[in-house]
Design a protein around this ligand. Sequence first.
Ligand SMILES: C[S@@+](CC[C@H](N)C(=O)[O-])C[C@H]1O[C@@H](n2cnc3c(N)ncnc32)[C@H](O)[C@@H]1O
Length: 474
Amino acid sequence: MIKRGDEVTLRLEGAAVEGKCIARMDGLVVFVRGGVPGDTARVCITKVKKQFLEADFRTLEQPSPDRVQARCRYFGVCGGCTWQELHYDAQLQSKRRSVVDALERIGGLVGVEVLPAAAAADIYWYRNKMEFSFGERWLTVEEMARVADELNGEQSRLALGLHLPGRFDKVLDVEECWLQSEASVRIVNATRRFALAAGLNVHSTRTHEGYLRNLVIREGRRTGERMVNLVTFDDRPDVMAAYTETLLAEVPEVSTVVNNITERKSQVALGDVEKVYHGPGSITEKIGGRTYRISANSFFQTNTAQAERLYDVAAEMAALTGSETVYDLYSGTGTIALHLAGLAREVIGIETVPQAIEDAKSNAAFNSVPNCTFLLGDLKERLTRDTAWTAHHSAPDVVVIDPPRSGMHEAVARQVLHMGARRIVYVSCNPATQARDLKILVSTGRYRVNRAQPVDMFPHTSHVENVALLEAAG
Ligand SMILES: C[S@@+](CC[C@H](N)C(=O)[O-])C[C@H]1O[C@@H](n2cnc3c(N)ncnc32)[C@H](O)[C@@H]1O
């Protein structure tokens, strides 16, 4: 009988959810953390259940042909990337396969044309936003030796970096990161140096004391603008003024510095109060010829180039001719609506977060787009009870849907079926909930899923965005 702690040799057959590998043993599925599909590896069993096992990768016995050298020295410890050791082509194939599997197994949709995943041109330094955390220093064994030397044996208690996977109490101090940019790395290191020199302490959610919480860096990849947002527990204007001066001297590419202040108990990097210490307090970014103003707490897709790709796929599937009414459901800050506005007669966006609606309206005004209307409200209400707005707008020719990871409420999916649109374009960051919702959308026989296009927004992770096109029969 296999038990927890046993070590066995397995061949890792494929990719599973959350970047894990899948293997088989004694007729059971084993989810392995670490390794890449195609490896033969020694693994240690960590969980034994009736239907499946879980294991951690220990040592490599036979490398997969898809194995490559990870670029980052923190790979395997840090929670940021899980697939740096898997060749990028194999990552893309895995992502496409996860879409096909979800469509078939969850949606019962066999034979849908799923195109190859659209690759990112930049597989490193692709993010326009990074959120680093302050924490008490946590080091790997190897690092402990190196850093202890550097610090002459004195252990600092301040770390600035990323949380270890699943450990909200442990922060890995990072001096390099390949996710955002070279300037972002300099900002992290300059901030850490300043915090240490000024003797600043880290906020603890346990004791509810300490000043430093998060460092959020946002970049306009197409404008070169760069925002540094230091999230702190309390308001210390002298510290912020000194920090701003030091930072600008060391990283002149920073165009604005803001301080979000929050006494909240949770670890969300959101301020209740915001103070601007340098520049306009916001940055701009460009997607598809539109310019978006992004403030410290506004939502914006984190991979600019691939977001544009995603919206282009949605536009291509929507096949607009200029005469259509489009409904953009779950419209967020209006980026999809604005991307389609020039191709349609009218676009109506519906979204539940008031700030997102405000941002969407100001983005429309900023870009002089006259034919977008943004409505605030829960879609379930807006499509069922609270429908007076439908008297002022035509029924949709095309419906675009971009829900959160949890997918659509069943009542919303059923209501969409009654709208009579010719085409439905479903953008999703979770193929499993998308497949579940598509099953409802095809249930009456009126619509068919004709095509799907996965888009890779997050290289080196198992996340995949997928756009599906439903067309009305006849
Ligand atoms: C994946 S985001 C889409 C953002 C937008 N399409 C974009 O590309 O920037 C999902 C959005 O759905 C909104 N949302 C979640 N539940 C909702 C609901 N029940 N009714 C309306 N909007 C909702 C969220 O606030 C979020 O802005």
